[in-house]
Design a binder for this molecule. Sequence first.
Ligand code: 0A1
Ligand code: ZN
Length: 854
Amino acid sequence: MNDAAPNAAPQTFYLKDYKPFGYEVESVKLTFQLSPNATKVHSAIRFTPKADAEDNRFFLHGEQLSLISAKIDGTPVTARLVEGGLECDVPRTSFLWEAEVEIDPAANTALEGLYMSNGMYCTQCEAEGFRKITYYPDRPDVMSTFTVRIEGDEPVMLSNGNPTGAGEGWAEWHDPWPKPAYLFALVAGDLVNHPGSFTTKSGKDVELNIWVRPGDEGKCAFGMEALKKSMKWDEDVYGLEYDLDLFNIVAVDDFNMGAMENKGLNIFNSSCVLASPETSTDANFERIEAIIAHEYFHNWTGNRITCRDWFQLCLKEGLTVFRDAQFTADMRSEPVKRIEDVIALRARQFPEDGGPLAHPPRPEEFQEINNFYTATVYEKGAEVIGMLKRLVGDDNYYKALNLYFERHDGQACTIEDWLKVFEDATGRDLSQFKLWYSQAGTPRVKVTEDYADGTYTLTFEQSTPPTPGQPEKAPRVIPMAVGLLSPNGDEVRATEVLELTEAKQSFTFEGLASKPVPSILREFSAPVILERETTNSERAFLLAHDTDPFNRWEAGNALAKEVRVAMVLDGAAPDAAYLDALEKLVRDDEQDPAFRALVLSPPSQSDIAQTLHERGHTPDPQKIYDAAETFTQTLAQQLETSLPRLYAATTVEGPYVPDADGAGKRALNSRILSLLTRLDGGEQAARQYASADNMTQQYAALAALMKAEKGETQSQAFFEQWQDDRLVMDKWFALQIACAAPETTAATAKELTQHPLFSMKNPNRFRAVMGALAGNHAGFHHASGAGYQLLAENLIALDSVNPQTTARMCAAFQTWKRYDSKRQAQIQAELERILATRDLSRDTHEMVSRMLSA
Ligand code: 0A1
Ligand code: ZN
């Protein structure tokens, strides 16, 4: 074991220091002798020195490995163990490196490298987990073909690529596609498969499998269909075909993230692949379909073309998120998907970009790369591609992508390579656009208008607040999609994309008979914060008339925020005109139910806190909570007479089908049920709970009852019914905390950490409890400080078990500077307590230090 004490001054890695590895890796052969506490890994790797290498140092990464022996061309050698790996004197010509190491998968609770989950062996190598399996140049620009032999007595033993042989106690695999080590995977255990097949457009038959633990076979059908749809969609839309004879997916219960795109052997958190109507909600189904697509799409954007180094992570992640969003929009509803994505972006990415953890989509330094699998790299990375597509147009976008696949197949690339294909395909200069990759922070765009003699002028001023290490920002290219409506609601100018490139810039529209109502930032054409003085009646007008569905929702959302902000700041009563507008919309059967459900879903309390903060107020979480409660109660009363009818009219009859249509109706129905439950003492919800034959309706009824503090019996019944189903139990844990009143949230969460089914070792369960605590805004930020304290204690306890998940969950504190000085002091004390923990991981150390140094 050669781990350095992680609390010692952590090393920082810089993009500017990039140097290629001095050796080609011609081939890799690995042999695993599986054993829970003493797995032996033998590697045989052919290295050839590069003639033009700047640096001939032979350094192989390795962590938590016991080196048994090392040989070069068959002769034992002595390697020098150094921090993070080993060095060795090697020949100047091609040579065969062989090493034998021993590792301990059963003790690996960090879930990186080779580990055990419920008796099953599995791996997670992205980003730097392969170095916990054997000594290797563990960097994405080193690509090679892998041959793998697995020896053990597990019934199923899988690796990347195609099977090349198997017998009693062994299996061999070969992956013909050169790949970086982070895409290596191995799975072995008692698994059963749900089979499928797909014929590619060029007529090649591909065998598909979803591998699960016995008992979960019934939860694979939906995932399999999603996989086939993804394969077809990538052929139809991007012309990309699958390139192996076999595609395996494995469901694993203990997993730090959602899923992983290992070549030919995707590994999924079971929560992101297993689905059945009885155990999964509509939201689960949609997410599973999207994640299956995401991992599949990585086969081209990530695997065939990978990243040169981890600073380029958004090259594969931003593009793949963008592609999976296109897929979901095509499979379901384009506007609904866009609205959902913007809600998520504002909830997760905007706070990151406006706080101490802000970083550009392509960061230039890191201590622990695992801390950069962020909303900025993923979601903002995807937004940047959406802007690029909007600027160059659809045809040019696909032209550039074809060039990207043609030019860079088999390579490890950079953002420069990516932008160059767009420049070459379109002749456009993207140097200013590139700022989106290097500058952090969410631009604010202030809009003013002027109308005289038939000419309407819009003036835009952009600025970006300082972020860590970036006090000043240059103006960026911002595609601003704008349409104009006449006061009677007709569209007088269809959507046009204005290109903002300067700090201040005006655009004029001639020949308008009267002053128009502008619809700005249609489809949310850029990830910016729009600032414009406007009235609630104009917002209500756009909610009723805008032809852009996104902006229609946005107008309603802005209106909702204004009303709530006024309630919080001035103690105002809920705005009557807004309540009327909502009532009209919810009763309007012409409107898409999914859209109505979205408009009826209030902005989150944390969103209100963020808005107050942006406007220079200090948010009071309790007041925000009270305003939310008052608003919802008033809305329920306003709708009182129509709620039973609306409930009946939106109830979906017949067998449950997890499609977009049904999901939209059920979402609206659930919103109505939650309002109704505030008035009828839970009668209808109890009936729905008793008769529900699917999780969406069962869960909606339980949530409504628990929120109204009428769900004791049903919660107990739910537990009895589902205690053996881990994924459903995660919902049960989370829901109790999500529904708790502010003053009881921390106590509820604390009690649940004492529950026999709570576990530090299962990230899903830990997140169910601690994520729900952090997600209950008023409860987490309760003035007692009990929420902060409980989270900090649990993070400290988790850090030695699973640093990666600990570090990610620390981000719950990232908004701490929004709040009053007492809360700030409480959070600061907790962050300092975490930082003072002995042997704190590098992951958590980096996150907490960044938050404290802001
Ligand atoms: N590349 C995966 C995400 C992922 C990243 C890191 C992991 O472990 C540290 C696991 C998965 C994706 O984008 O889906
Ligand atoms: Zn990804």
